[in-house]
Design a protein around this ligand. Structure first.
Ligand SMILES: [Zn+2]
Length: 403
């Protein structure tokens, strides 16, 4: 790691970048005031309870507290910021540790396979289940009765799923610890705040430990690896994803390449809740259908499901007439329905969801963009050049999202 730091410093060649060792980064990091302030009894108590679940001792219990503070919780109560920044950091660390695991354990697998299996490891479904398994949902501070209701509902369902898996194991003469490790796949999706807690917690450990990546790896080894020891359990995880299905359906069944799934943030209506995300499916510049959800990822999954139902109820001829689709004639799709501009469909779909979600997080973090739909489009089109032609058209149709 130190050699890499030196290499960067050489390349950057600036008086602003003088690091020669990895630990210099932490020295250069000024700890925020909230982190250094004296901890309250309840913050110390939380640190104690969490340490019993994951054996890591927090030097700064207020940093840990931050991982459990939902954006709806008023800052003035504890003067600790909400988890969004830590979640942003933890999301990337989790990605890195999962990629590292898959890359080394499966030296012959192609990037598409690796991406599909990573999707399962970093999915909200898995992280939500892990959050409940730790009992972390009980420590979340938030101010939204609707979220509380959906947490309770999810906790009941996922706890039941785990119990059933354990009972099945016993019935089949296996140990409880050897129950079906993919029990979390077939439940409803968790409210987004639960996976957020896990990501923020990983971010908090990293910062608290002076940016010690070994601590992230230890968390992975102790709590995540078990679920993915037999990674073949998740071979169909990505394919079950409705966004992936829609991509395949449009390209292979309809022979169309000029479509996009577009996510845009709706205006804040001042109800104290985070603004919703509207996802729409556009085909040749026309809106097929739309769905609103609390995150871009969920909105896209929902809209993809709805779009599939609509498309499946019509014929190919109707589709080509309605959307004036001439993609085949223009050679935009290959004979086998493969998109000739970018054949890597599954990976693109997976990345697409991720990019949009990240764009939303950074937007809401910085409040820098007053017109998020434009920045989404830019992010998406740069990653997805095959559909960038419909940019102007789709923005016009989406004025609802940016006014
Ligand atoms: Zn087309």
């Amino acid at each position: 790691m130190d050699n890499a730091v030196r290499a960067v410093t050489e390349l950057v060649c600036s008086t602003d970048h003088t690091m020669t060792r990895w630990e210099d980064y932490f020295k250069g990091y000024e700890k925020p005031k909230y982190q250094l302030a004296a901890s309250t009894a309840s913050q110390l108590n939380l640190a104690e309870q969490v340490e019993a679940i994951h054996n890591y001792h927090f030097n700064y219990p207020r940093l840990l507290r931050s991982a459990f503070i939902h954006p709806s919780y008023p800052f003035s109560y504890e003067r600790v910021p909400n988890y969004q920044r830590l979640e942003f950091l933890g999301d990337s660390l989790l990605d890195m540790v999962c990629v590292n695991f898959l890359f080394h354990r499966f030296p012959t697998k192609d990037p598409q396979w690796l991406t599909e299996h990573k999707m399962a490891m970093v999915s909200n479904q898995f992280l939500g289940a892990l959050c409940v398994q730790f009992g972390f949902h009980r420590h979340l501070l938030q101010f939204n009765p609707i979220i509380q209701g959906s947490i309770t509902e999810y906790v009941v369902e996922i706890t039941e799923a785990r119990l059933q898996a354990e009972e099945d194991a016993i019935r089949e003469g296996r140990k409880v610890s050897d129950c079906a490790r993919d029990y979390w796949i077939n439940t409803k999706h968790p409210p987004k705040c639960l996976p957020d807690i896990i990501e923020a917690f990983i971010g908090a450990i990293f910062v608290d430990s002076s940016f010690n990546y070994r601590e992230v790896e230890r968390f992975f080894d102790e709590h995540i690896k078990w679920y993915f020891d037999d990674v073949t359990l998740y071979d169909s995880f990505a394919n079950k994803h409705s966004v992936t299905f829609l991509n395949r359906y449009l390209q292979e069944n309809m022979g169309c390449a000029q479509y996009r799934i577009h996510a845009t943030q709706l205006p804040d209506i001042g109800d104290g809740l985070p603004p919703k995300i509207l996802a729409t499916v556009m085909i040749h510049g026309q809106v097929l259908t739309g769905e609103e959800r609390e995150s871009a990822r969920y909105a896209k999954v929902a809209v993809a499901q709805k779009a599939l139902e609509i498309l499946k109820s019509g014929t190919l001829t109707e589709f080509r007439q309605t959307y004036r689709c001439d993609c085949k004639e223009k050679g935009l799709v290959g004979a086998d329905g493969e998109n000739t501009v970018n054949g890597d469909k599954v990976r693109r779909a997976a990345e697409d969801i991720r990019v949009i979600d990240m764009a939303f997080i950074s937007d809401s973090e910085t409040q820098s963009s007053r017109n998020p739909s434009v920045s989404y489009s830019e992010t998406q089109s740069s990653r997805n050049p095959s559909v960038s032609y419909s940019e102007t058209q789709s923005n016009r149709n989406h004025s609802v999202g940016s006014t």
